[in-house]
Design a protein around this ligand. Structure first.
Ligand code: PHE
Length: 357
């Protein structure tokens, strides 16, 4: 569903009738209309636009015309977020401890993929979407219960597949995998089509990574698992001597595309915009993205990657806290983190368990 106005969503979420699944908090609701990605001079908006621009350029090279959208409703149904995307019924994302539920049928989307099938159904074949996503999580400098994702989809009709597939088709994954195409494939999928889809995905995303991180940053692909893609990959870059995952992607499940009445060959990818922005701008703490402080906001300029200059004059302090748990055994750490976020806002950088008696 496309959003009419952002304040609408706050009112709508507040007026939902609570039930036994409801766990969305007021501090989360207050984030629903902030739309950091719509501000072209905010690091999240700058990175988003860099990626949009990069994909728009493909049009000039006679490739697909990627369209960009970011006006989606963050409230989705359980079906849209999980069922349609083939999540198993016991997947932990479906639980109250991991996701923010409005009631037993609706939740705040946990990933932008939830908005994709609807667009595919409408006939879109190459598009990028971005928005805010919500996951209950621990408290530290790289996790925040609201963050932003940009996702892309491309679907090939039978013509565009056959036009490009030749017998000496390049196999770009050789560079990254010891055994070429040694990954799980979908049953019955046409091998040449699969090769075409993965190769297109590979070149598009390698082009994007080089564009964002420069020619010299080491990049590697790993196979992984997502319920809605097979094969699935993660792209990692070497940053300060550590491999950091920056993108998840893969070949869309044919069953999902069939249910959308679309051709069955296509790819999708998803990127976390905070993670990219933290690397590109040298931003050390994820809470800073929500700062209203002009010393933060005024540092950034349209379309430019600049290095963040720290500004706080207050040193950090540590506090110990101890408490009893009742004997019911239903304590869940994410609820404690939510309580701390409610009471202390973004003042708290990190919460660590010291001892459990
Ligand atoms: N939705 C996935 C995530 O949130 C990312 C992804 C998107 C992976 C599309 C594959 C294809 O991590």
């Amino acid at each position: 569903m496309v959003l009419e106005t952002s304040s609408n969503v706050v009112d709508r979420v507040k007026s939902v009738k609570r039930d036994s699944m409801t766990n969305v908090t007021s501090s989360i609701i207050s984030k629903l209309d902030q739309r950091l990605f719509s501000n072209p001079a905010h690091p999240i908006g700058i990175v988003k636009n860099l990626i949009y621009d990069r994909f728009r350029k493909f049009k000039n090279s006679n490739d697909e015309d990627f369209q960009c959208f970011d006006n989606f409703d963050p409230v989705v149904s359980v079906e849209e977020n999980f069922d349609v995307l083939c999540f198993p019924s016991d997947h932990v994302g479906r639980s109250r401890s991991d996701s923010y539920f409005l009631d037993n049928r609706t939740l705040l989307r946990t990933h932008m993929t939830a908005n994709e099938p609807e667009y595919i159904k409408q006939g879109h074949r190459a598009f990028l979407i971005s928005g805010d996503v919500y996951r209950r999580d621990e408290i530290d400098s790289t996790h925040y219960p609201v963050f932003h994702q940009l996702e892309g989809v491309r679907i090939f009709d039978d013509q565009s597949i056959t036009k490009t597939v030749g017998t000496d088709f390049p196999s770009p994954f050789n560079e990254h995998f010891a055994i070429n195409y040694d990954y799980e494939t979908q049953r019955g999928q046409d091998k040449l089509a699969l090769r075409h889809v993965t190769t297109d995905l590979y070149f598009k995303l390698m082009g994007l990574m080089r564009h964002l991180f420069g020619e010299n940053t080491p990049i590697r692909w790993q196979t992984c698992f997502f319920p809605f893609t097979t094969p699935s990959f993660e792209i990692e870059i070497l940053y300060r001597d550590r491999w950091i995952e920056v993108c998840g992607c893969g070949v869309l499940q044919q069953s999902i595309l069939k249910d959308c009445n679309a051709p069955v060959n296509g790819w999708a990818f998803g990127l976390g915009l905070e993670r990219l922005a933290m690397i590109l701008f040298d931003i050390p703490d994820i809470r800073l993205f929500w700062s209203q402080d002009e010393r933060f906001l005024n540092q950034f300029q349209l379309e430019k990657i600049t290095k963040f200059v720290p500004f706080s004059k207050y040193p950090s302090t540590f506090r110990d806290m101890s408490f009893w748990l009742n004997e019911s055994g239903d304590f869940d750490a994410n609820s404690l983190f939510d309580l701390i976020r409610q009471k202390a806002g973004d003042m708290v950088e990190d919460v660590k368990l010291v001892k459990n008696y």
